[in-house]
Each structure stands twice: as C-alpha cells, then as structure tokens.
Ligand binder design. Structure first.
Ligand code: BES
Ligand code: MN
Ligand code: ZN
Length: 511
C-alpha cells in the first residue's frame, strides 16, 4: 500500500568521513589547518611545520587585519613553501579564556573552512603553549564529526563543484596519539547518537512512520539494548487510549518502543527518558494551515533524541541503568479521526476532553509517561517534546523550555546545558495555570482555552500524569529540535538536540 524509498543503515555516516589521529608532521597535500592566539602566536610544532611560511602569514594577516580573535580565520591558497594546497589559520582569541565547549566549536569551525572538494585535510591540535590536552583534542574531533554531517541521501543530482569527494580524510595531529584515541572512544559513541537522531528528524514522513521508526530503533539491539515494541493491540490492553486516539485517524498504526540499557548495578532503579514521536502532525481535524506544515515531519524530535541517547549510552557502555520510551503516532484528519469534544480515558484512569486535536503531543506523553513510571519506578524522568509553538515565542531557538517538579534535577540539567551548549531555561509551574485545563465534562481538557502561557498549560497537563514523588523534567524542544539554530557544530535541519545534554547529565551524576 505504501511505496517505500529504500531505508539505509541509520548508523552510517551520510558523507564518508575518515577521521584519524597522528603526530605533528607537515601535511604532504590537501588543506592544512592551524590555530593561533590573539597576537598571532603559534605552538612550537605548528611553527616548525610552517617554516618559512610564517613570514607570509604575518604579512597576509596584516593586510587582512587578521589578529587571531576568537573564531576569526585567515585563508592562504597555494602558500609557497608548503606542500598543502591551502593553509587555514584559525584564531582562538585568548587561550586563558577557552572553555571545554570551545574545543568542540573549534573542530566545527575548522571543518567548516574546508572547501567542498577537500579530500585530505590535516588539523594541528596545538595552541601556542603546546599540544592540546587529550580531552581537548578529542572534543575537537567530535566537533569535526558533528559539523561534517549532511543529510543528502535523497539528492540524486549534484553540480560539479558541489560534489563531495567519495571519502574525506581528516587527520588531527596531536601530542599523545594513544591518549587522544582513548578519549575519542566515548565521544564517537555520543556523536553517532547525535547523527542517528538527526537522521531520524530529517527523514520525511512517507519514509519514517511509526512502524519504520520502531524498526530503526530495533537496530539498538546490536548494542545490547533490549528493544520491545508495543503494537496497537498491546496498547489497547494497557488502556493507552489517549495515545491511540491521536493515531486513530492515520492508516499508519501507532507504536510504543521501550528500550532498556542495563549498564549499572543489577536491580538498581533506572533513569528514564520519554520522547514525543509524532511522525507527522497535520493537526488532525483541527488542521494546521498549509504554510510550513512540512516542518511537522520533525514532530518526533523528542523520540529521535531518546533513541540517539540510548545509542550513545550503550555504545560507550555507560555504567547506568537507563530506559527510553517513545510514543510513535501520526496525527491525521480522516473519517476515523478523533473529533474536538471527544472524551478519552487515559491509561492513568483520568479522562480528557479533546478541545483541539492539534494539542496531540501531550496526549501521547500522558500515556507513555504514566506507563514508564508504573513499570520502571525510575530514579527520575525526563521527557522531550516538540510540544508548543508558544515555547518558541517565549524563548526563541536558543534555549529549550524546562519545567520540573524537582530543583536538583533542574539545576543538574541547567549545568549540563551550560557545559554542552544545549541550553535549557526553567519555566514556571503553578496551580493557577493548572486550573486553566479543568474541563466541564471530563477531568481535564487538552488545551487551556487561551493561547497565553501555552507552553506552561501544556506542561501542567503533563504534570497531571506524573507522580510527584518522582523527580521529573519536561523539555519543550519545539524551538531547538528542528529548523534549528545553525552553529559551528550543526548545519543540519534536524539538530539532534538533547543527546549531548542528557548524556552529560547521566555522566556527571548517575554513573
Ligand atoms: N507540534 C506542535 C508544536 C510545534 C509547532 C512544534 C511549531 C514546532 C513548531 C504541537 O503539536 C502543536 O500543534 N501545538 C499547538 C498547541 C495548541 C493547539 C494548544 C500549538 O503550539 O499551536
Ligand atoms: Mn499539534
Ligand atoms: Zn505536535
């Protein structure tokens, strides 16, 4: 019934990047990338490799007014005296001001300066004071991997000058090769998780519908993640009518996927991550306007993040018990679709009056969060959802909205956000907002009636399905999950937002 485009292995890097580490030797070809500080100082190995070219660099810098300021660059084509075809000098500003996340950025910046045709590049991971530390060099490599990502599997035609080489070889020259390779291992796991999440978000909804999404999550089994798929029959039996109501207007069947990674002590309560996976959100009978509706293929970014995170945790063998649960549906208008005014009974037993079928994400989360808490009694729960346009109005694309019933969890997430650059801003919860979703006919309604505080009333709705004894945070990622802010480490529409944040949360506090 559904014509399918071939699905590729979701774990393959879309553009073949071969990244390796080696000693500081001047490259024999390709692009040569070096770093200097404000004041144009290079490290000793860089100076040695540049040799007589240092003089030309100084002259070029003067004429271009390049002073080595943070994120500034200077390009020299065919520099006489070097075998490299191009020299890229990147300023890092003041070395003393560099923070850990700056090294990730520098890797992204360096990769972004490589011309399309580049088949070979060598990046010297050195600062004026000497080789970058192993973690810093490995962060640089991770930045390179994240920046190199491109979702181009559906492009069958390319202009000659836009064609990438079949393989891009990037060598990062470092001080202690063995130490950097070791520091790189967990970072590869994490960037693979980000790439997986990006791929899922970028896929169109004719390819990635609930069943196909579940199938792709099944690939985590290779990493010893236990993957279970609940079909419609199983969900009916559990009473997940809030979720099923959203999916009933689609010819694509709904699914819930449960992923378990047991890297911690046997029997220890897991941490839980729950994702909204609306594979396409038309709005249903409360249908959305046509403009930008195509973006709603990304309405599963929360679920994509959870799958990417489970990949990261399993691939780096995190010493933690973690569960990931995703609610996969397609929200369509149809003869069988849910109507405004319908009342459904959620798995928790609470009844919901559907006011607006476009407020569907909270209905999906209500049942999945309830199920996760009942079944796993987790240490904490974090849910991620592209839930409301209102959070974009409030915070734009820089911060995700965070709502939490627990100050410690909120603080930990804020800190992990500052460390990784995946920022969260805490928003309020309060009984005054909760009142706004009381219903005349049922226990609650699925929208607040007014658009004011729309992200908050959505969070209040979810809170009604959370046991207050369990620390919980809800991340509204409508502004960060797709069509996202372009950064030095992300040029993708689907950002894979949240994988690095939550991996860091786990690494810092729960391993
Ligand atoms: N998936 C949308 C939210 C969204 C909008 C995400 C734009 C990213 C970009 C969600 O299901 C939705 O439609 N929310 C409504 C809620 C309203 C009907 C109460 C919204 O934000 O308008
Ligand atoms: Mn919607
Ligand atoms: Zn939605």
């Amino acid at each position: 019934r559904h014509a399918l485009l071939p699905a590729k292995d979701p774990f393959s890097m879309p553009n073949a990047l071969k990244l390796g580490f080696g000693p500081f030797t001047a490259p024999g070809r390709g692009v040569f990338v070096v770093f200097c500080d404000e004041g144009l100082k290079f490290g000793p190995a860089t100076r040695r490799a540049l040799g007589g070219v240092t003089d030309i660099v100084a002259r070029a810098a003067r004429s271009e007014r390049f002073t080595g300021k943070k994120s500034s660059t200077l390009d020299l084509v065919m520099p006489a005296g070097l075998k490299a075809t191009r020299l890229v000098v990147i300023g890092v500003g003041k070395v003393a001001d560099l923070t850990p996340k700056d090294f990730l950025r520098l890797g992204g910046l360096a990769t972004g300066r490589l011309p399309n045709a580049t088949a070979d590049a060598s990046i010297f991971a050195e600062l004026p004071g000497g080789a970058m530390r192993p973690e810093q060099a490995a962060d640089l490599a991770q930045g390179t991997r994240l920046r190199a990502y491109a979702f181009d599997r559906y492009k069958t035609k390319r202009k000659e000058d836009e064609k990438p080489p079949a393989v891009r070889n990037i060598t990062i020259a470092v001080g202690d090769v063995a130490a950097v390779r070791k520091a790189d291992i967990p970072r590869v796991a994490i960037s693979d998780g980000v790439v997986l999440a990006r791929d899922l978000v970028n896929e169109p909804a004719n390819v990635l519908y609930p069943e196909e999404f579940a199938r792709r999550a099944g690939a985590l089994k290779k990493l010893r993640v236990a993957v279970e798929v609940l079909d419609v029959k199983a969900m009916k039996k559990l009473g997940m009518n809030a979720l099923l109501g959203v999916g009933q207007g689609s010819t694509r069947e709904s699914r819930v996927v449960v992923m378990r990674w047991n890297g911690g002590r046997a029997g220890e309560a897991p941490v839980a991550f729950i994702g909204k996976g609306v594979c396409f959100d038309t709005g249903g009978i409360s249908i959305k306007p046509a403009s930008s509706m195509e973006d709603m293929k990304g309405d599963m970014a929360g679920a994509a993040c959870v799958v990417g995170l489970m990949h990261a945790l399993a691939a780096r063998k995190a010493r933690v018990n973690a569960v990931g649960l995703i609610g996969l549906v397609e929200n369509m208008p149809d003869g069988n679709a849910q109507r405004p005014g319908d009342i459904v009974k959620s798995m928790s037993g609470q009844t919901i009056e559907i006011i607006n079928t476009d407020a569907e994400g909270r209905l999906v989360l209500a049942d999945v969060i309830w199920y996760a808490a009942q079944r796993f009694k987790p240490k904490f729960m974090v849910d991620l959802a592209t839930l409301t346009g209102a959070i974009i109005v409030a915070l734009g694309q820089e911060y995700a909205g965070m709502f939490s019933n627990n100050d410690q969890l909120a603080e930990r997430l804020t800190k992990a956000g500052n460390e990784t650059g995946e920022l969260v801003w805490r928003m309020p919860l309060a009984p005054e907002y909760d009142k706004m979703i009381d219903s005349k006919f049922a226990d609650m309604k699925n929208t607040g009636g007014s658009r004011w505080g729309g992200a908050i009333t959505a969070a209040q709705f979810i809170k009604r399905f959370v046991d207050d004894k369990i620390p919980w945070a809800h991340l509204d990622i409508a502004g960060t999950g797709f069509d996202s802010r372009q950064t030095d480490v992300n040029k993708s529409w689907g950002s894979g937002w949240g994988v690095r944040l939550l991996d860091r949360l786990v690494a810092d506090h729960y391993e």
